[in-house]
Design a protein around this ligand. Structure first.
Ligand SMILES: *C1O[C@H](CO)[C@@H](O)[C@H](O)[C@H]1NC(C)=O
Ligand SMILES: *[C@@H]1O[C@H](CO)[C@@H](O)[C@H](O)[C@H]1NC(C)=O
Ligand SMILES: *[C@@H]1O[C@H](CO)[C@@H](O)[C@H](O)[C@H]1NC(C)=O
Length: 357
């Protein structure tokens, strides 16, 4: 007889997939990865100032979302051994890997978000866990649940679990900074299709409740402002991010018609973030252009490492490093996803997603 440890939350478990915006230390387990943050001053505001591999001064949005649902933030899949994996399968696991993208190739050989070129030629040292591999890892978790509970109970269990996905920035960055051999509309169509493939795989594995986060105005990241002589956002990059949202919206809507019991909530990271950049003071931010930690123009020309500049009032900054938000900004984002209005999250917010049957 198996007793399901139903946590305080209304959903029995939370599974998180995606890139560095949701990575809680996955890449620290990839010895060959260049996309990592397991060194100070990353984590300076984390308990014991520990650098956990999060691309943040403290927590990221995945952590805070989990907390809002009454959970401890799910640990990285790669940190689990056979016994902890079994236990965690019932409460939640985080598969997200910094540098990964919707496309299999993103983060492997193209210009990745972490901006460090590397070679894929000789060895099989992994740089990232790709989205397809993350889904595969979840599939092994499902196998374990099935083995323990039987397939009918697993189906029922998974239909109530929440699946958070935050991915796409790295694909768009890679496309923008590559030779762009295909047209924009074609690129957006392809990324939509590839994303749909992942969601369909998860649906086939029993997932039903999706909390999806679209792409933020990545043209406003310190690392991208550097490319604008006037110091403004890179408009073309923002346009790609903006146009990605309706593609996700229609993909999810169509899938929800085709798959019984599918529910979703789509966070508009673009609107949420632009709103803060346009009215920083209203949200308690004083600096929305420069990163707190980094070097060069806007602190956007080098990663956050022990040699970087570090700001004092981290909560007044929107950006922690050249690409990623501070803990303060992540907190705001998570709260907006959890209980925000339709301008920022549709057709329902994340708290409603958990409750809906
Ligand atoms: C979203 O979340 C809150 C808190 O759960 C809920 O009360 C509210 O009705 C929702 N907001 C909107 C505008 O849908
Ligand atoms: C698995 O990890 C836990 C916690 O990290 C540890 O206490 C336990 O001994 C490990 N179990 C096995 C089978 O390695
Ligand atoms: C650079 O920023 C300005 C606003 O300051 C904007 O008008 C312009 O379009 C941007 N240039 C590029 C190449 O995105």
């Amino acid at each position: 007889m198996v007793v399901l440890p139903l946590a305080n939350g209304v959903a029995p478990a939370i599974f998180i997939l995606g890139d560095s915006t949701a990575d809680v230390g996955t890449n620290s387990f990839l010895p060959g990865s260049n996309a990592r943050a397991d060194f100070p001053p990353n984590g300076i505001d984390f308990p014991h100032s520990r650098a956990t591999g999060r691309f943040s001064n403290g927590l990221n949005s995945a952590d805070i979302l989990a907390e809002l649902f009454g959970y401890k933030s799910p640990p990285p899949f790669l940190s689990l051994n056979s016994s902890t994996l079994k236990k965690r399968s019932f409460t939640g696991i985080n598969f997200a890997s910094g540098g990964s993208g919707v496309f299999e190739i993103t983060g492997q050989s193209m210009f990745g978000k972490e901006k460090i070129p590397f070679s894929t030629s000789s060895n099989n040292k992994k740089n990232v866990v790709t989205m397809r591999e993350q889904v595969k890892q979840f599939s092994s978790v499902r196998g374990m649940l099935s083995h323990t509970m039987g397939s009918a109970a697993t189906k029922k269990f998974l239909s109530k679990c929440l699946f958070f996905i935050s991915i796409g920035s790295n694909d768009i960055l890679a496309y923008y900074h590559s030779r762009r051999s295909i047209r924009k509309t074609e690129f957006l169509g392809l990324i939509g299709l590839a994303y749909e493939t992942h969601i369909k795989s998860l649906l086939n594995l029993g997932a039903r409740k999706f909390g999806i986060i679209s792409v933020a105005p990545i043209g406003c990241c310190p690392s991208q402002r550097v490319f604008n002589v006037s110091g403004g956002c890179l408009e073309e990059l923002n346009e790609l991010a903006r146009e990605f949202h309706p593609i996700l919206d229609s993909m999810l809507w169509h899938l929800s018609l085709e798959h019984e019991g599918m529910k979703y909530s789509l966070g508009n990271a673009y609107e949420m973030t632009i709103n803060v950049i346009d009215n920083p003071l209203a949200f308690g931010f004083k600096e929305v252009k420069s990163a707190c930690c980094g070097a060069g123009k806007f602190n956007g020309e080098a990663i956050c490492d022990p040699h970087a500049n570090l700001c004092l009032k981290r909560d007044e900054y929107l950006f922690w490093d050249l690409f990623h938000p501070t803990q303060a900004a992540s907190k705001l984002a998570a709260l907006t996803l959890y209980s925000g209005p339709p301008r920022f999250v549709t057709p329902i917010n994340f708290s409603q997603l958990a409750e809906v049957r």
